[in-house]
Design a protein around this ligand. Sequence first.
Ligand SMILES: [Zn+2]
Length: 257
Amino acid sequence: MKGERLRRRARWLRAFGLRPLVASALISAAALPGGRPRVVPDIPGVIRHGPRKTREIALTFDACSSRGRGKLDTAVAGVLLRTRTPATVFLGGKWAKDVARALRGLASDSLIEFGNHAYMHPHLLTLSDDSIRQELRKAQRAIKGVVGKKPVLFRAPYGEVDGRVAAVAESLGLTVIEYDLPSGDPDSLLSEQAIVRYVSSMARGGSIIVMHINTRGWHTADALPEIIANLRRKGYTFVTVSRLIAQEKPAERARPR
Ligand SMILES: [Zn+2]
């Protein structure tokens, strides 16, 4: 039943020629209270996936307080550490401060890379350049205070990014990362198996998958071990986003593999 719903959605998206990016925009917006779907066009400087020729995939997790006070999904964190799976976690600055103690385990493991996900998780498109800069700077300070390292990657709250937001992020030394494969984990109607099947079948070389580690995902911790096992069986390796996009450098690309 739920699998059928997912298949219907995939068919619907294909019928309209929509790429997963658009699906991700729809999914992000669907989670907004009173939010309306926003379609994010391709923006220079905004990275949605890595090189397609690799067998590497980046798992990413958003952690923000868009719904009540923050909480770390310790079951998800446990799966990453237990299966030794590198991942990139985008932290809301305020959220990170709220759960600083719970984050210690993840922060002390070099498997996990942390990115900036703004401070209060606002709708950045509605803010002035100055306010955006303040949001991102405040998050940089907060995240460094909690995990001990200043992020170099940024993911916009709700996936809402345009050239202006991207330029501000870039001016602070942050690379803007979106994703090409939304797992759909905030959707309470998707079963664990539906998420496993969807992500395992849609992931390809260079994919940046997005899930949640703030208890917003309903079945994330249950689906994750099988997704990791399935993709490893297919010959994929999980890497952090920084590692995935480092290969974009021409010198690396020219090297035979
Ligand atoms: Zn978020």
